[in-house]
Write a protein of this length. Structure first.
Length: 149
């Protein structure tokens, strides 16, 4: 078996395991507390609630939520063999997921009223881990094309 064939042989199981890790982390993030609002344990939001409601309203507080569709788009692009676009989208998804570290507020009512994120829970960090595993999968799948002469 040549070097190129062995590299592909190792790459396929590795990208599959990373993809499964990414999916498992994402699902685990939905089931865990993601943020605490205004230092009140009664205001602990699980990941699934943020997924369902995080896009409301379309303001800077919702920017991090857009990592979710970017994450799913990355999976779709990978399944279609669009490795370059997958890598760019996975990088964008990770960047969006980190927005919460910059803008620590979330909409808490339809008014809209904002609350300060005072604690990032396990769900948030699992979500970021899913984005990282997704980016690692995209990076391993990416095969730059040699320049055409």
């Amino acid at each position: 078996m040549g070097h190129a064939q062995s590299a592909v042989w190792v790459k396929l199981p590795t990208t599959g395991l990373l993809w499964l890790s990414s999916a498992a982390l994402y699902i685990a993030a939905l089931a865990n507390p993601a943020v605490v609002i205004d230092h009140q344990s009664a205001n602990t939001w699980p990941g699934w609630a943020l997924l369902l409601l995080g896009w409301l309203p379309l303001t800077s507080a919702a920017i991090g939520w857009y990592a979710n569709p970017a994450f799913l788009l990355s999976w779709l692009l990978r399944s279609r063999g669009c490795d370059r676009e997958d890598l760019l989208t996975a990088t964008f998804a990770l960047s969006l997921s980190l927005w919460v570290l910059v803008d620590r507020k979330v909409v808490v009512s339809e008014a809209p009223t904002y609350g300060a994120i005072t604690h990032l829970g396990l769900g948030y960090w699992l979500w970021v881990g899913a984005m990282l595993a997704n980016l690692a999968t995209a990076a391993l799948a990416f095969q730059p094309q040699p320049p055409v002469e």
